[in-house]
Design a protein around this ligand. Structure first.
Ligand code: AVJ
Length: 321
């Protein structure tokens, strides 16, 4: 039923990922599909929750240690932000250094231009060159910044959404985008007590549950689904072997539904895996970056070592002498 009214505006990749993900065992749908308008709003709410420490702690590091961060990075950089979204943390970085240009890269063009305009209003003398692209692949940068030194910025611990092999691919893609000698400032969440981690992804107010279950609402709305929402519940677990929080959507009883004309059945207790959030100890973080072609030169954390901001340099790997 191509080109009918219900199909208009639906991303074919969303349909493909959802149908393939529901067929697969274990069932899994990529986390990137959380972020429709409602999902993006719910994520903003998550960042304000008392249990969700990463956003708050990362901001406090950027803010409280801005002098040291500025010293390590130096002036005159073209700041290239991967998945800039609302650019919420960008002013903290831009105030810490004296940048020569800002290049936000995001897949959502409309959001990108809005936040670029908002940022330009606060930094009127800074050239801003938005790039609409999928930042997980190498991106060609605007000619205007070709001769400037580059600083990649990837805050928020979003690298944790990737499994380590994909994280390494992505780090390599960033290196290809930015070039040898570039710097990268990246946020990574630390491994910590299971209670704290699980609470951060299963908050008392139920905002993370709503964020997770919103995926089903999106499927029903955009892919002509009839998933009974009240049959499903949010589940967040710490997988210690794989050092990650996993979010799942669990069927509370046997259930049948259809999506885009295809029928599915799930048994009570079966889940759809919707997100991984990998956590990295100090050594893990450095070796992951190393594997992706980045050598860590500086590291800033909060007093309780809950979260880390790492500065790394794209260096050619020299084999053993
Ligand atoms: C945006 C990927 C960093 O993994 O902590 C928050 C997303 N999911 N609560 C994270 C998220 C549930 C978040 N990242």
């Amino acid at each position: 039923m191509a080109d009918t009214e219900t199909d208009a505006g639906v991303d074919p990749a969303f349909r493909r990922d959802v149908l393939a993900g529901l067929e697969a065992r274990p069932r899994a749908i990529p986390a990137r599909w959380f972020y429709d308008l409602r999902g993006s709003e719910l994520f903003e709410e998550i960042t304000d929750l008392p249990e969700y420490y990463p956003t708050r702690v990362e901001r406090s590091i950027l803010d409280g240690q801005s002098a040291a961060i500025g010293d390590a990075i130096g002036a005159g950089q073209a700041v290239v932000e991967f998945g800039s979204g609302s650019s919420a943390k960008t002013p903290l970085l831009l105030n810490a250094i004296s940048p020569a240009a800002y290049v936000p890269i995001d897949i959502s063009g409309e959001f990108l231009r809005e936040s670029a305009d908002a940022l330009s209003a606060d930094f009127p003398d800074l050239p801003v060159h938005p790039v609409e692209a999928d930042f997980t692949h190498p991106v060609s940068l605007p000619a205007a910044i070709a001769d400037l030194p580059k600083l990649g910025f990837f805050p928020g611990s979003t690298i944790g959404n990737f499994t380590p092999p994909h994280a390494v691919d992505f780090l390599r893609a960033m290196k290809e985008t930015l070039g040898e000698g570039a710097l990268l400032l990246i946020g990574m969440d630390r491994i910590k007590g299971e209670d704290v981690l699980v609470r951060a992804y299963d908050d008392a107010a139920g905002v993370t549950a709503a964020f997770n279950l919103n995926l089903l609402e999106r499927i029903n709305r955009e892919l002509d689904g009839d998933i009974p929402l009240d049959t499903f519940r949010h589940k967040a677990v710490w997988n210690d072997m794989l050092a990650r929080i996993e979010m799942h959507i669990e069927a509370a009883r046997d259930v049948e539904f259809s999506v885009s004309g295809r029928d599915f059945a799930m048994a009570e207790g079966e889940t759809i895996h919707t997100e991984n959030s990998h956590k990295y100890g100090p050594r893990d973080a450095r070796i992951l970056l190393r594997a992706g072609g980045w050598t860590v030169t500086h590291e800033w954390t909060d007093d309780a070592d809950q979260f880390a901001l790492l500065l790394a340099e794209a260096r050619p790997e020299v084999t053993a002498p």
